[in-house]
Design a protein around this ligand. Structure first.
Ligand SMILES: [Zn+2]
Ligand SMILES: [Zn+2]
Length: 258
């Protein structure tokens, strides 16, 4: 029998990670189930149908919250009726990313898959999502799921409209591509080192963080990574290295490419 493309891991009774370990980017999306409604944070690569997995976990209405409009986080957006994105990534969502479909397809298949691909997947037909979102997000917006509230934190730097999603009650923090275990890429033209550092600093000021929920790679990363990232960016700033073109900087657990 075909193993499912997605791996579902339970974070608590009402929170799940939906991961794509068969792809080299090891993308994670997250489902938060409230008493009235659910939120899906990102929709993955679009290699398999993520909605089929979500339907097994909840029959509630689902709002898709986009951490940022990169192709590897919006793959299943077209499968959902309600999509939200920060206004600064809106143009990419509506008109597409400023890179070609060919480039995206080449990146998608640039390293071997480690899991059998779903039969319906065809790289020749892979088109990144574009569409009109139903909701535009801004900093400090609250998403009410019924007995469960999520706070939107605008955290630009990886992309102009990057957001993190914070649940104060549990201390869960979905960090998207602002923080994961692996090299942080801040050298792309659309990234911004100063804003990236500020956004990390902003997350460090949150009252309580019990768990980081990263957009890629290891699912379980210790909370101290966040504080190490802050210290790393501070050191780079002090050394006048916090600018693009200064190369790869290695710290104890964190590395940053500028
Ligand atoms: Zn990204
Ligand atoms: Zn990503």
């Amino acid at each position: 029998m075909n193993k499912s493309w997605f791996t579902i891991e339970k974070i608590n009774e009402k929170t799940f990670a939906i991961s794509e370990y068969g792809h080299w980017e090891k993308v994670h999306s997250y489902l938060f189930i409230g008493s009235d409604k659910s939120a899906l944070i990102d929709t993955g690569l679009g290699i398999a149908n993520i909605k089929n997995e979500i339907d097994k976990l909840t029959n509630q209405e689902v709002i898709v919250i986009t951490t940022h409009n990169h192709w590897d986080h919006i793959g299943g957006h077209s499968l959902f009726k309600e999509v939200a994105v920060h206004k600064n990534d809106l143009e990419w969502m509506e008109k597409g990313l400023p890179i070609s479909v060919e480039q995206i397809r080449n990146t998608l298949i640039s390293k071997p898959f480690t899991q059998e691909l779903p039969r319906e997947f065809n790289i020749e037909k892979y088109i990144p999502f574009t569409g009109i979102p139903q909701q535009i997000l801004k900093d400090l917006d609250e998403i009410d799921l019924g007995n469960r509230g999520l706070k939107i934190l605008h955290t630009p730097g990886h992309s102009p409209g990057h957001i993190c999603v914070y649940e104060e009650a549990t201390g869960y923090l979905a960090t998207g591509d602002l923080l994961y275990k692996g090299m942080l890429y801040v050298f792309y033209p659309s990234t911004n080192p100063a804003l990236f550092a500020e956004s990390i600093e902003k997350l460090c000021r949150l009252p309580k963080i019990s768990k980081l929920l990263p957009g890629h790679y290891d699912l379980n990363i210790p909370v101290h990574y966040l504080f190490e990232a802050r210290d790393a960016f501070n050191k780079l700033r002090e050394a006048n290295q916090l600018r693009q073109g200064t190369g790869v900087h290695e710290f104890k657990c964190i590395s940053i490419r500028l």
